[in-house]
Design a protein around this ligand. Structure first.
Ligand code: ADP
Ligand code: ZN
Length: 717
């Protein structure tokens, strides 16, 4: 079975995302790997797929029991035998699992780090007696004091390489700056690891900051269009979470509070209800989130400014793990910054306080930003990004202008009247007729004094700035800059030149995502999923993701063969649940006289394997380009593969892209006389099954040649 076949068979996906293929390649070649990928990027697959393909047991170290259970349930639903061992289990449960491990009946075993190395424990010796073929360390940043989530028990993992010197280790995290990365590598003693750093951009999340006025009304406005969606609202205090949850309940929303002060039973009740889609909104302090794997969180609201960008990014990152469009909304008031300042100070530690305050200032800066918010976030994490993302409030807002000639004339004549000797603050006070002493007596006698009283100071400040930007005024470079007229001023004063000023920025209401799925059908599918989940005693998103349901409601598969093309249906899920999901589709289509649209899905698949992942594409481009330039420098495919530590098949994949784009001539890969033969086979048998083509063509034709011709043909189309 090839890697791609396994991906389809077990997980039901058609293509790898981002660097997944290369990561898996490395693991299968026995190398240690460090993976940095944002939340929702698809880290789990990077070790789960090798676990399926390799002979033996994969041990997964994970910090949280809740997460382990989620992952194990998910794998078992997919038909991959997995288990965990932890203190929540009875002796007999543990004995059953131990027996299965001895019989090699389990592919993945999840463990907490302290469990393996607990003193007096015999577990480590037992594990060493098993054929362990891979060790995966999830949330690897927990090993570093530099990370924001240090867990001392992770330090014990330093002993792993000693105990399993020959077993490849893959460490994964969604948060690690360079210091933490280095720490992970050192502490785990990884052996010449291949490192994969993905872009941390979350392209499917829209960032929005709104000045907080009446936060509850603002929230209701925001929630109005999101009644069916799951979301998290973060508040600063425990009391605030309870108050807001109650207010929302009274307004007809299903909301629950979550904070560290609740007793454990209530915490897990609320969390469970949220995971199972029974409660739509969790109002929480930051205690909520770590360990929440729920993939269909559609929005995250901060009702208050977070303390730093790291926290903000991690919390907003809990939205949209499934890759569907999601929102991050921050309600911000200038007073937030002042209040948090007090908390930021660490008693008796100047240095630490300074760091915390700097981080807070960066957060305040973000909230006040007039430029692309995504760019700011990316730069904060040392990644470059263009200055217009098209999906933050700043980039989506349109500037509204008005005729500001009169205002400009007032401003310019005021500057002239005070003889171009004062700064903006003085000129504004003068225009507004301030009674302050600092306004000179002789100025108070002038006609211009007080003509601008009706315009607020903040607005005047903005207008002055704009007039300077447009060149009707200029500021001197002094310590106390003074406003001067320019050679453009005269025309304005004489009424010969109109001036446009910006009034407010209005925001384009975000257009509903142009996915033309059948809403009624989607709701029915969700009900089917809910029942299946209840039967299997797992959260609904583990049965199939929202993405999968939306695809069904878009492409209307009519039979199991169609369903294969829907992302998320591997063999087992198809066999177990396929029929259940097809019934409502059939009924719906009959009632509404609709045909299957599965052909459209096939067309899309050929064009864009993974449309959601713009960030992934940049990275894919990078690695492709690298292979290309090595090829151009005269290296053979196997040399490139060797140098880059990738498989020749991966390199062929990279280069075929350039055949398609015309940068490589197909004749560099295939002899001319072979082309029509391959072409003929492709036309008769299609490109879905490469192995079938290879069989038809026989020994004389390689996979590389076949792929090259496929790329070349798609270019000619
Ligand atoms: P992470 O652990 O990096 O936060 P996950 O491993 O939970 O992310 O993956 C996020 C989602 O993306 C999951 O629903 C997963 O099934 C899905 N996914 C992962 N890889 C692929 C792929 N190649 N094609 C389609 N969906 C994928
Ligand atoms: Zn932007």
């Amino acid at each position: 079975m090839t890697v791609l076949q396994a991906l389809q068979k077990y997980f039901g996906y058609n293509a790898f995302r981002d660097t997944q293929a290369e990561i898996i390649d490395q693991i299968l070649n026995g190398k240690d790997v460090l993976v940095l990928m944002p939340t929702g990027g698809g880290k789990s697959l990077c070790y789960q797929l090798p676990a399926v393909l390799l002979n033996g047991l994969t041990i997964v170290i994970s910090p949280l029991i809740a997460l382990m259970k989620d992952q194990v349930d998910s794998l078992n639903l997919t038909g991959i035998p997995a288990a965990f061992l932890n203190s929540s289990q009875s002796d007999s449960e543990q004995a059953t699992i131990t027996q299965k491990l001895k019989n090699n009946q389990i592919k993945l075993l999840y463990l907490a780090p302290e469990r393996i190395f607990r003193s007096g424990s015999t577990l480590i010796n037992f594990l060493k007696s098993l054929p362990v073929c891979l060790i995966a360390i999830d949330e690897a940043h927990c090993i570093s004091q530099w990370g924001h989530d240090f867990r001392p028990e992770y330090l014990m993992l330093a002993g792993l390489k000693r105990e399993f010197p020959k077993t490849p280790v893959i460490a994964l995290t969604a948060t690690a700056d360079q210091l933490t990365q280095k720490d992970i590598l050192e502490k785990l003693a990884l052996d010449q690891p291949a490192q994969f750093v993905s872009s941390f951009n979350r392209a499917n999340i829209t960032y929005k900051v709104v000045p907080r006025k009446n936060s509850f009304v603002q929230l209701l406005q925001f929630l109005e269009r999101r009644k069916e969606d799951s979301g998290i609202i973060y508040c600063l205090s425990r009391k605030a979470t309870e108050g807001l949850a109650e207010q929302l309940q009274n307004a007809g929303y299903s909301a629950r509070a979550y904070h560290a002060g609740l007793d454990n039973a209530e915490k897990s009740r609320n969390q469970e209800a949220f995971l199972r889609d029974e409660v739509k909104i969790i109002v929480a302090t930051i205690a909520f989130g770590m360990g929440i794997n729920k993939s269909n969180v559609r929005y995250v609201v901060h009702a208050h400014l977070p303390k730093n960008i790291e926290g903000y990014y991690q919390e907003t990152g809990r939205a949209g793990r499934d890759g569907l469009p999601s929102d991050a909304l921050l309600l911000y008031a200038a007073s937030d910054g002042f209040k948090l300042r007090e908390f930021a100070k660490v008693e008796g530690n100047e240095e630490q306080s300074a760091i915390m305050i700097k981080k807070l200032d960066d957060m305040v800066h973000f909230a006040q930003l007039q430029t692309c918010r995504r760019q700011y976030l990316m730069r904060y994490f040392n990644e470059d990004f263009p200055d217009n993302c098209g999906s933050c409030d700043v980039c989506m807002s349109e500037v509204k202008k008005f005729d500001g000639t009169l205002i400009a004339q007032m401003a310019l004549s005021a500057v002239a009247r005070v003889k171009e000797r004062f700064g903006a603050a003085y000129v504004i006070d003068f225009l507004r007729g301030s009674k302050r002493e600092k306004i000179r007596e002789e100025h108070k006698q002038l006609k211009t004094y007080g003509v601008g009283a009706k315009i607020q100071r903040v607005d005047w400040t903005r207008y002055m700035r704009e007039l300077v930007m447009q060149g009707y005024l200029q500021l001197t470079n002094d310590e106390y800059p003074v406003l001067k007229l320019t050679d453009k001023s005269d025309a304005v004063l004489k009424g010969l030149q109109k001036v446009e000023l910006i009034s407010t920025q209005i925001e384009h209401e975000q257009e509903a995502v142009a996915l033309s799925f059948e809403t009624g059908l989607l709701n029915e599918l969700k009900l089917v999923r809910r029942d299946l989940a209840a039967n299997a005693n797992v959260p609904p998103y583990l049965i199939v993701s929202d993405t999968t349901l939306i695809e069904i409601a878009t492409y209307l598969p009519h039979n199991p063969e169609d369903l294969r093309w829907i992302s998320g249906f591997g063999d087992i899920k198809l066999a177990r649940y396929g029929r259940e999901f097809l019934v409502p589709v059939k009924n719906y289509c009959e009632k509404n006289k609709l045909d299957s649209r599965i052909n459209q899905k096939l067309i899309r698949l050929e064009r864009k394997p993974d449309q959601n992942r713009t960030s992934g594409k940049f990275r894919a481009a990078d690695t492709r380009n690298e292979s290309f330039s090595m090829y151009r420098s005269g290296k053979s495919i196997s040399e490139i593969a060797h140098d880059r530590g990738l498989s020749p098949v991966t390199i062929e994949g990279h280069l075929s892209y350039f055949i398609q784009s015309g940068k490589i001539d197909v004749l560099e890969f295939v002899k001319e006389e072979k082309i029509p033969v391959i072409q003929d086979a492709i036309e008769s048998y299609g490109i879905e099954k490469l192995s079938a083509l290879k069989e038809v063509l026989g020994e004389g034709y390689s996979y590389g040649e076949i792929k090259a011709v496929i790329s070349w043909m798609s270019r000619n189309e």
